[in-house]
Ligand binder design. Structure first.
Ligand code: PMP
Length: 354
């Protein structure tokens, strides 16, 4: 790999007490080109604008996928990455679905380690803060033809981000929608494809205009079974059991979801990955067996849900506090990520930077 270091670090311009998600980017980025049938030598270069022709394929046909992960400060010698194998597996699956060549695992990991070593001072030191890592791949060929491109770029940029919750947890409110769907079986819903997000912004905006934080997606066929939230998977604690929608092709297989399930099982909590209808959730609330609802995702880790609206009916849980199970899950997963707790599952990938 070829590394070109910046001559002008922008680190001193960052106000680590006022970080805005996804606004400031660290000094370096990874840039790998795919052409003539293979990935070329990886480059690490100063973060800078890139140039492309208006005919660049991804702009027209949306052949683009991405990942979202974080680097966590442990001490001045160690930065932790989390479940790298799983993120590599997911970007490979997303790529396959979008007809994009996949990046070899060794290059994925080696370039990430090199980038973190180079920009380790960009990893915020405050617990809860982290360096957000955004790998992405897009069709870079200059060619307007509605078929898979022959040239791609794999890039990784990183951005220091604050804890999702600065002053306590704020339970979010969700609404279902009759007018839009997120994913259908056989579609691209289980891939982290750029276009999935583009298609979700209008329904999300409408939900927000009605006073809800996000859309709670139901299945596209019957508009009956719960699937997921904008950038989170969803969990219901019912009668002591943890219930989460099965994956089945339309739900993004969240790495945090997978971690929550593994941790819950390790605590001997029954976990059910199955279809769960919105009516079952409302009935469980009525009969008092619905204990907690929370979302899971890299950004917030665990996000309590305080309200769900569906066709004029509303269920409200505790709208001010996180539930005890969700809090314990949050403390445990973040404890592992920041190297404060043992890592019995071997999730953490420490990078030595000192
Ligand atoms: N669903 C969607 C649609 C998402 O974008 C995300 C965020 N990647 C998630 C779920 C949660 O996935 P993860 O736990 O891997 O961040």
């Amino acid at each position: 790999m070829e590394i070109t270091k910046t001559q002008n670090s922008r680190l001193s311009s960052v106000d680590f007490d006022n970080l805005e998600f996804g606004r400031k980017f660290s000094d370096h980025m990874i840039d790998v080109t795919f052409k003539n049938g293979s990935w070329q030598e990886p480059q690490i270069t100063p973060y800078a604008p890139i140039s492309f022709h208006p005919s660049m394929h991804a702009l027209h046909y949306g052949q683009a996928v991405f990942e979202g992960m974080k680097a966590y400060y442990v001490d001045d010698e160690t930065i932790n990455l989390f479940r790298l194998d799983d993120h590599h597996e997911r970007i490979s699956n997303s790529s396959e679905r979008m007809c994009i060549p996949s990046m070899e695992k060794e290059i994925f990991i080696d370039t990430l380690e090199a980038l973190i070593r180079l920009d380790h001072k960009w990893v915020p030191k405050t617990k809860g803060h982290a360096l957000y890592i955004r790998p992405f791949v897009f069709a870079s060929e200059e060619y307007i033809a509605a078929r898979a491109a022959k040239e791609y770029r794999y890039m990784v940029i990183t951005s220091p981000v604050a804890a999702y919750y600065k002053e306590g947890f704020n339970p979010v409110s969700l609404t279902t929608t009759d007018n839009y769907v997120r994913a259908v079986k056989g579609g691209t819903g289980e891939a982290k494809a750029a276009g999935n997000y583009g298609g979700s912004f209008l329904p999300a905006q409408k939900a927000q205009a009605e006073g809800y934080t996000q859309v709670l997606w139901l299945d596209a066929k019957e508009n009956k079974y719960v699937e997921e939230v904008g950038t989170m998977n969803i969990f219901f604690k019912i009668n002591g059991k943890l219930v989460t929608p099965e994956l089945g092709g339309t739900v993004l297989p969240g790495i945090t979801r997978r971690s929550v399930i593994a941790q819950a099982k390790a605590w001997d909590v029954d976990v059910e990955e199955r279809r769960i209808s919105i009516d079952e959730v409302f009935d469980a609330h009525k009969d008092g067996s619905l204990e907690e609802i929370f979302g899971s995702g890299t950004a917030a880790v665990i996000s309590p849900v305080g309200l769900i609206h569906h066709k004029g009916d509303t269920i409200e849980l505790d709208r001010d506090n996180i539930g005890p199970f969700a809090k314990k899950m949050y403390d445990t997963i973040t404890g592992i990520q920041y190297g404060e707790l043992n890592d019995p599952f071997n999730w953490v990938h420490p990078v030595k930077v000192g």
